[in-house]
Design a protein around this ligand. Structure first.
Ligand code: UTP
Length: 286
C-alpha cells in the first residue's frame, strides 16, 4: 500500500534549546538560511509524500504562517529584478498540500502523533521529526519506504548510538533479516546501560500502520511522564511485525545546540554561495 501522508510533530517545548525556545519554536531555527521545518517538508516531498500534516502547539502561529503565500513579497522581488528568488518563494509556498493540527497539551511524541489521527485516516503514514536532519543522497524516508514495500510492516529509522548517549534513545532488540534491515523483537525507551538490548537507537523517521493509534491510546504516561511512541510500538509489536532500517546518511541531532552547530558547519561548507569562503574563515579561526 502506498504511503501518501506524513506527519511532522513540531509542538515540543524544545527545552534543550532554551532560552531561544521560550519565544520561538526550534523547528524554525535555520540551517544556513532554511528552517528545519522546511527541510523536513522537502524530505517528505522528495520521498513522494502527497500531503503533510504539521502538529503545532496551540499558541504557536509562527509555523502555521511560514508556508503561507505572501503575494506582496513576490511583487517586491520581481520589481527589484530578483526573479529567481521570487520563483523560489513561490515554490516554497506551493511545495505540497500542508494542513495543521494543534496539540492541546505537550504530552509527548506519541500524543503528538495521536493528535493527527483524524487527518491521517486509516492508512499507513510517515513520521518525520524535524530535529533530526539526515544528510544523504537518497532521503532517509525514501530508503525506508522501500523496506515498507518489501517487508510490509511498520519501519523505524535506526542508527548505532554511542554508548554514552544510549540512555537518550528508544532502543530495539534486533534480528537481522537483510542488509541493514532488522526485524524488531522488542523495544525499550531510554534504557540504562545495563539493560539496553543493543546499540541501535530509533532516530527521527518512522513509517507506521494506522493500528498505532489504538496502541498510543492504550499507553499511559511513560518515561518523563510523556506518552511515548516507543511504548505504543511495543504494544503494536504484539500483533504486527515491525522492521528497522539503518539508513544511509549522516544524521544530525539539531534539537541540541551542539548538534545544530555541527550541522550548521557541515551544510555551510557545502553551500553553493557561502561554502568556499566559510571554509577559509574556519581554517583561520581554528
Ligand atoms: P523531542 O523529544 O526533541 O522533545 O521531540 P522537545 O520537547 O521538542 O525537545 P527537548 O527534548 O525538550 O529539548 C521530538 C519531536 O517531537 C515534537 C518536537 O517538536 C520534536 O519535533 N514533539 C515533542 C511534539 O510535537 N509534541 C510533544 O509533546 C513532544
Amino acid at each position: 500500500m502506498q504511503v501518501r501522508k506524513a506527519v511532522i510533530p513540531a509542538a515540543g517545548w524544545g527545552t534543550r534549546f532554551l532560552p531561544v525556545t521560550r519565544a520561538y519554536p526550534k523547528e524554525l531555527l535555520p540551517l544556513v538560511n532554511k528552517p528545519l521545518i522546511q527541510i523536513a517538508v522537502e524530505e517528505a516531498v522528495a520521498s513522494g509524500i502527497e500531503e503533510v500534516i504539521i502538529v503545532v502547539a496551540a499558541e504557536c502561529s509562527a509555523i502555521r504562517n511560514y508556508f503561507r503565500p505572501i503575494p506582496e513579497l513576490g511583487v517586491l522581488l520581481e520589481q527589484r529584478g530578483d526573479s529567481s528568488l521570487a520563483e523560489e518563494m513561490r515554490c516554497l509556498e506551493s511545495l505540497v498540500r500542508i494542513s495543521y493540527v494543534s496539540q492541546c497539551a505537550r504530552l509527548g511524541l506519541g500524543h503528538a502523533v495521536l493528535s493527527a489521527r483524524e487527518a491521517l485516516g486509516d492508512e499507513p503514514f510517515a513520521v518525520i521529526l524535524p530535529d533530526d536532519v539526515v544528510d544523504s543522497s537518497e532521503s532517509a524516508l525514501s530508503q525506508m519506504l522501500r523496506i515498507f514495500c518489501d517487508y510490509g510492516g511498520s519501519v523505524l529509522g535506526v542508527e548505532s548510538i554511542k554508548t554514552a548517549d544510549i540512555q537518550r534513545y528508544g532502543v530495539i532488540r534486533p534480528e537481522t533479516v537483510g542488509a541493514r534491515v532488522h526485524r524488531v523483537r522488542s523495544l525499550i525507551e531510554k534504557p540504562s546501560l545495563d539493560i539496553t538490548p543493543s546499540q541501535l537507537g530509533i532516530v527521527g523517521r518512522y513509517i507506521l500502520t494506522p493500528q498505532i493509534f489504538d496502541a498510543i491510546a492504550a499507553v499511559g504516561p511513560g518515561h518523563g511522564g510523556e506518552i511515548q511512541l516507543t511504548d505504543a510500538l511495543s504494544i503494536l509489536l504484539e500483533t504486527q511485525p515491525i522492521y528497522a532500517l539503518e539508513f544511509y546518511g549522516r544524521r544530525f541531532d539539531v534539537g541540541s545546540p551542539l548538534g545544530w552547530l555541527e550541522a550548521q558547519v557541515a551544510f555551510g561548507i557545502r553551500h553553493s554561495e557561502y561554502g568556499d569562503i566559510l571554509r577559509q574563515k574556519l581554517r583561520h579561526m581554528v
